[in-house]
Write a protein that binds this ligand. Structure first.
Ligand code: PEP
Ligand code: MN
Length: 362
């Protein structure tokens, strides 16, 4: 729940409410006050985290200094848009020491492109191609979650070496998937910029907790058999560790009789942008599994309001160690699709701003 206090609440009155909340075992985070209000009119706000029930809310509402109690428990607590009122931005520092990449919060659409699985020969040229075509981050898996134990499992530490050597040459931050708690130290050693939680680990709560504790930005993918509610609750484990770098990634789900690798969940972009404040990423490659579908699905994601698009690219897909069939291999095609996605995203946002301005003028 969120507690708004009446203007002029004394420290003593506030302490009494806090003591009650903490006595129930809740975590309380004080908010400096509502934006734009002068210090005299500042509304003190407490964010309360925990298993809040109706009787708790009723009792808190009974304090004279409490202006309003806003229930929030329907939406995973740290992610809820209502907590901040505005969509949040995640900043990923640039390895080249330039401007950080800013994702979400109304920033221009971000593109994360790179190889599915890191390989020795093609990762660097693939990541260079992605950068030339306009990508903002490079992705690449050194540890691969494979359905069969006989399939290539990733280059592991050697893959992280290749990936970070490529980063030094290309200059874009990198995203890479952590499969296991035991590997986190390695990701920290190589200073991977964004830690990815793959769909198969979406409910590996211990991994979510430990990845959250690193303080690194996290690209959390929805579990392909999880409802949105289950995925948002799981993602909340990451933020509960004090991690403000969570990005929520949709990548399609197991479905019935769909035409692509996964059943697309594009409509959730619209729902999520109205309910959570976190950046929303759409993975157009793992949702579609088809090179020819990537552009069209990306168009829908951009127009639907995604903050970032994630995709597989490879300069020689026939040699790709994993998922070559869905990788974009042409720089010209990639540049064109990224350009279209950015224009669509701007167009839709400009429309929102215009209708927002009109609504407030009405
Ligand atoms: C990936 O991004 O390489 C990947 C394995 O994706 P997912 O977890 O969505 O299948
Ligand atoms: Mn893949």
């Amino acid at each position: 729940m969120i507690i708004q206090y009446i203007v002029g609440t004394s420290a003593e009155e506030h302490r009494a409410v806090r003591a009650k909340l903490e006595g129930w075992g809740f975590r309380v985070q004080e908010n400096p006050g509502e934006k734009g209000a002068s210090p005299e009119e500042q509304i003190l706000v407490d964010n309360v985290f925990g298993q809040v029930k109706d009787e708790h809310r009723r009792e808190v509402a009974g304090f004279d200094c409490v202006r309003q109690v806003i229930p929030i428990e329907g939406v995973p607590q740290n992610l809820a848009l209502i907590r901040h009122g505005t969509r949040q931005t995640v900043s990923v520092p640039s390895p080249a020491g330039g401007k950080p990449v800013r994702i979400g919060g109304g920033n221009p659409l971000v593109v994360m492109a790179g190889v599915c699985a890191v390989d020795a020969d093609y990762t660097l040229p693939s990541h260079q191609m992605a950068k030339r075509a306009g990508a903002d981050l490079n992705r690449g898996g050194a540890f691969k979650p494979r359905t069969s134990p006989y399939d290539f499992q990733g280059m592991k530490e050697d893959g992280l070496k290749v990936l970070t050597e490529a980063r030094a040459r290309v200059g874009l931050p990198i995203v890479s998937e952590v499969l296991d708690v035991r590997d986190i130290d390695l990701f920290m050693k190589y200073d991977v910029d964004v830690l990815q939680i793959g769909t198969r680990n979406a409910q590996n709560f211990e991994l979510l907790i430990e990845v959250g504790k690193t303080g690194k930005p996290v690209l959390y993918k929805r579990g392909f058999s999880n409802s949105i509610d289950e995925s948002l609750k799981a993602a909340n484990y990451i933020m509960e560790q004090g991690n403000e770098g969570l990005m929520f990634c949709l990548r399609g789900v197991k479905g019935i009789g769909h035409s692509f690798r996964s059943q697309g969940d594009l409509d959730e972009i619209v729902y999520l942008s109205q309910t959570i404040g976190r950046p929303i990423v759409y993975d157009v490659s793992h949702s579609s599994g088809k090179k020819s579908a990537v552009e069209g699905i990306g168009n829908m994601a951009a127009a639907g309001g995604a903050d970032a698009i994630l995709l597989d690219v490879h300069v020689a897909p026939e040699h790709a160690l994993v998922d070559g069939f869905q990788a974009i291999d042409s720089e010209a095609v990639l540049a064109r699709m990224i350009g279209t996605w950015r224009r669509l995203s701007e167009l839709v946002r400009a429309g929102h701003e215009e209708s927002g301005a009109r609504a407030s003028a009405d």
